[in-house]
Design a protein. Structure first.
Length: 246
């Protein structure tokens, strides 16, 4: 009797296993991708491209710095015809700061970007972690075939961290010198002024390291400090004027 029950149980188990295998072969996409929130996986570029919103039966995925997110709840933006559809089904990290949403602009390469720009892209990735469902990693530039971070990912995150440090340093330095007040109107144009002190253009010391470009800001200086090097009087503005029209 025990032998009969044992054989029956094995027979039922074998039938269940065969049915499961048959169902998997019939609908592999549904079994693998219908509930992406329940798993994390590795994607190839070709696999990620499937989830570009063109198939309404599949979720919409996008990649940023190699991390893949399900953005289906933002279908009106990321679906076909949406304003952000160019991000769907690919990793177009560079476009988050370049604004180039066509051709070579839709790339995951960050080559040549400043530390401030790379930090901005990392901030965007953090936004997606907070707002959408992380479903996996894209094998390629930022993750290897086993899902481990590559030197490119580590380099991008280090550059973003450096950018954050420089921005914080710049913020502290600029806090030592009050910024000018400013306003603009169509009738009168631009105007800068100081409630206490005199307006001068001064170089932003961290800006070259942050963006690769030199920039200046308007700061207010006491009269005794106006003789220090590096201060620039606005063109057409008197040396001791507290208000300058631009």
């Amino acid at each position: 009797m025990a032998s009969f029950l044992g054989n029956s149980f094995l027979g039922i188990s074998l039938i269940v296993a065969l049915l499961s295998l048959l169902l998997f072969k019939i609908s592999p996409l549904k079994s693998l991708y219908s509930t992406p929130q329940n798993f994390q996986r590795l994607f190839t570029v070709e696999e990620l491209a499937i989830y570009n919103g063109s198939d309404p039966s599949l979720p919409i995925f996008l990649g940023i710095i190699g991390s893949v997110f399900d953005v289906s709840k933002g279908k009106s933006h990321y679906g076909v015809g949406g304003g952000y559809n160019h991000f769907a089904g690919r990793d177009a990290s560079r476009a988050f700061v370049s604004g180039n949403f066509t051709g070579d602009g839709l790339t995951d390469s960050l080559h040549g970007l400043s530390s401030a720009e790379v930090k901005s892209i990392v901030d965007w990735r953090d936004f997606y972690f907070r707002t959408y469902t992380f479903v996996g990693k894209l094998v390629g530039r930022y993750y290897d075939s086993e899902g481990n971070p590559t030197k490119y990912l580590k380099g991008a995150e280090a550059k973003a961290a450096r950018g954050a440090q420089l921005m914080e340093k710049q913020k502290k330095e600029e806090a030592k010198l009050p910024s000018c007040n400013s306003r603009w109107s169509q009738e009168e144009g631009s105007e800068v002024w100081c409630d206490d002190g005199y307006p001068r253009l001064v170089q932003r010391p961290e800006q070259i390291a942050l963006t690769g470009k030199m920039s200046k800001r308007c700061a207010c200086f006491k009269e005794d400090d106006l003789g220090q090097p590096g201060l620039e009087v606005y063109e057409g503005c008197d040396y001791l004027a507290k208000t300058c029209r631009l």
